[in-house]
Design a protein around this ligand. Structure first.
Ligand SMILES: Cc1cc2nc3c(=O)[nH]c(=O)nc-3n(C[C@H](O)[C@H](O)[C@H](O)COP(=O)(O)OP(=O)(O)OC[C@H]3O[C@@H](n4cnc5c(N)ncnc54)[C@H](O)[C@@H]3O)c2cc1C
Ligand SMILES: *[C@@H]1O[C@H](CO)[C@@H](O)[C@H](O)[C@H]1NC(C)=O
Ligand SMILES: *[C@@H]1O[C@H](CO)[C@@H](O)[C@H](O)[C@H]1NC(C)=O
Ligand SMILES: *[C@@H]1O[C@H](CO)[C@@H](O)[C@H](O)[C@H]1NC(C)=O
Ligand SMILES: *[C@@H]1O[C@H](CO)[C@@H](O)[C@H](O)[C@H]1NC(C)=O
Ligand SMILES: *[C@@H]1O[C@H](CO)[C@@H](O)[C@H](O)[C@H]1NC(C)=O
Length: 520
């Protein structure tokens, strides 16, 4: 049997017009980023910044470092420098980057009036001038050559592409080369036993959420019988997705769901109407905001182009949800996740296996802990199977071999003991309390630690969904009455979660709006 059989169901009904995305078995698990017809030659790789977007772009970038080039469009030396800068930028920026997510390369035109104060703040004295630093240090930042604070540094030798890359390599101890090919020479391969790596996964969770949503629409997977399952999953995302912008985007989709994708769409006529008028209305929603998907993976980046990526991101999303739900929601989350994978994960073997594991659960979950540990052990069962399969087929990622997780290195206290069976396989006696503690911290706090720094969590710095998120997206003046009602109806028709969620809401104003709409 082939390891991954991708099932493409020719569906009759959908909420959006199709567009063609090549689906290859392994490839689909990694990324859906090939439909970018914007080759590196059509667009600059370095990102143009000005006063308006400077802070925002640098605050939101997943990259670890940033370079800002201050130039003037009239300066001939700058024009001659551009190809050099671009050559390096192409290594690091954009979906086609060889080493994405490490260094964000940008430029600011100081000869443009609106940027005068910005350039003053960074003491721009000559063109082109290159500054280096952690992206967040540039946000509302400044640089003064007299104060040697070391947080932002002047790049003093970057006159050619080679010299700039040399400077970078010296600065961060890397071995980047202008000849690097995509998915080769991954010098900065992430260290899987470094617990802090997980902080980068928050970007992958966004990428996976957005990719999953795209696939669902592209493959026309919303049918009358799968609709409820998607709504249920969205309800969990709205409350518990680790990324604020995904919570917000999911809320937008959910609020508009009934209008865009009516439940009686299962008749051909209705379908035409949806496609004709709505013209892929669900497509107009970006479930994690404008900046996602980015087209590359961070924590889940494989060392080969066909490994890891999407399916890794999906696992991390599920684990991060499992530690965020409350005890009372655990059974609901369990069924929502099982049904979601069953209906919407296009890897046929994966969804079959996963569903079998779901069906083998006999008593309902009552505790977050039980569900989180179940998901962990289900994932390990998959790992166990794939260890053998990948060894015999050679389809694994050599840099990320499947293991029973977490390793002893990652979580020493998770192990009571480790012994060898007669057949050479190892027998692990888990300390399940410690495993749950580890899962909660790893997929809870640590996962969002970067976002905390960047203020991308809720306004109060907590994980909770902010009612303001909803209030702004579902402004009662703009949202048609039917849509506001849809949330109320969908909530109570499809489970306790959203009702629970509403009961947690303290925003009287919003509730009041909902009530008054309901009474119309
Ligand atoms: C629901 C589901 C079912 C799947 N079923 C199959 C299948 O039947 N056949 C198949 O070939 N592929 C299946 N896949 C894909 C496969 O599991 C991997 O996602 C893929 O091979 C990429 O592997 P990876 O190295 O990125 O690690 P992944 O297995 O994707 O794991 C991602 C990360 O999660 C962490 N992790 C690993 N194990 C655990 C654990 N037990 N608990 C918590 N965190 C953990 C690690 O940090 C790891 O790097 C499935 C994926 C999903 C989401
Ligand atoms: C500033 O940059 C943004 C984003 O690229 C762009 O939309 C805007 O027009 C720019 N403003 C000016 C004055 O150039
Ligand atoms: C310049 O710096 C000042 C104070 O540090 C700050 O208030 C201002 O917003 C900055 N201006 C720009 C354009 O970034
Ligand atoms: C990986 O990270 C762990 C924990 O931070 C560290 O002990 C180990 O030395 C690292 N390994 C490599 C190869 O960097
Ligand atoms: C993966 O990379 C190889 C070699 O670079 C290339 O031939 C192949 O087309 C790539 N596959 C995809 C799906 O991008
Ligand atoms: C949850 O509680 C119910 C009723 O109290 C019980 O029957 C069930 O076994 C419990 N589930 C688990 C997984 O403990």
């Amino acid at each position: 049997m082939s390891p991954l059989v991708v099932l493409l169901i020719p569906l009759l009904f959908s909420c959006s017009p199709s567009s063609s995305v090549p689906i290859g078995s392994r490839y689909i698990l990694r990324a859906i980023d090939v439909d970018s017809n914007t080759g590196p030659d059509l667009h600059d790789a370095a990102v143009d910044l000005n006063t308006t977007n400077f802070d925002q772009v640098l605050r939101n970038t997943p990259a670890t470092y940033a370079i800002v080039e201050f130039f003037a469009h009239w300066c001939p030396a700058c024009r001659n420098y551009k190809p050099h800068y671009e050559k390096v930028a192409r290594l690091f920026n954009g979906p086609d980057a060889v080493h994405p997510g490490i260094i964000l390369m940008t430029r600011v035109d100081c000869a443009s009036k609106i940027n005068t104060r910005l350039c003053d703040n960074f003491s721009v004295g000559h063109y082109p001038m290159l500054l280096w630093g952690n992206p967040s240090k540039f946000v509302s930042g400044s640089w003064d050559p007299k104060k040697d604070k070391n947080e932002i540094r002047l790049i003093d030798d970057g006159r050619t592409a080679e010299r700039l890359l040399n400077w970078i390599n010296k600065q961060i101890g890397s071995f980047f080369s202008l000849d690097d090919q995509k998915f080769e020479n991954d010098h900065l391969a992430s260290n899987a036993s470094d617990p802090e790596q997980i902080a980068r996964a928050v970007y992958d969770i966004e990428e996976a959420t957005s990719t999953a949503y795209d696939i669902i629409l592209e493959q026309k997977m919303i049918k009358s019988e799968t609709r409820a399952s998607l709504i249920k999953f969205l309800q969990i995302l709205v409350v518990h997705h680790p990324s604020r912008r995904c919570r917000k985007g999911s809320a937008e989709v959910l609020v508009n769901f009934d209008d865009l994708c009516p439940s009686d769409m299962g008749t051909p006529n209705k379908q035409e109407a949806t496609d004709g008028n709505g013209k892929g209305a669900l497509r107009n929603f970006q479930i994690c905001g404008k900046e996602v998907p980015r087209g590359y993976w961070m924590f889940c980046r494989g060392s080969k182009n066909e490994t890891r990526g999407f399916s890794c991101g999906l696992w991390i999303l599920l684990h991060s949800l499992s530690v965020r739900i409350e005890d009372g929601e655990s059974q609901l989350a369990f069924t929502a996740i099982c049904d979601f994978i069953h209906n919407f994960f296009i890897c046929e073997e994966c969804r079959q296996h996963f569903y079998e594991m779901c069906l083998s659960v006999s008593s309902p979950f009552n505790k977050t802990r039980d569900f989180a540990l179940w998901l962990w052990s289900a994932h390990n069962k998959v790992n166990e199977r794939l260890v053998k399969e990948e060894a015999s087929l050679g389809t694994g990622d050599p840099k990320f071999p499947k293991i029973i997780w977490p390793s002893k290195q990652l979580c020493p206290s998770c192990y009571f003991s480790l012994s060898k069976n007669d057949d050479g396989t190892s027998q692990i006696n888990w300390n399940r309390d410690e495993v749950f503690k580890f899962l909660s911290s790893y997929y809870g706090k640590m996962l969002v630690s970067l976002y905390k720094d960047k203020g991308l969590l809720g306004d109060d710095g907590t994980d909770r969904v902010s009612l303001e998120d909803l209030a702004t997206t579902t402004n009662a003046v703009v949202v048609p009455v039917g849509a506001a009602l849809a949330i109320a109806l969908a909530s109570c028709a499809f489970g306790a979660l959203a009702c629970f969620w509403r009961s947690q809401q303290k925003n009287r104003k919003y509730l009041h709006q909902l009530h008054s709409l309901k009474n119309i």
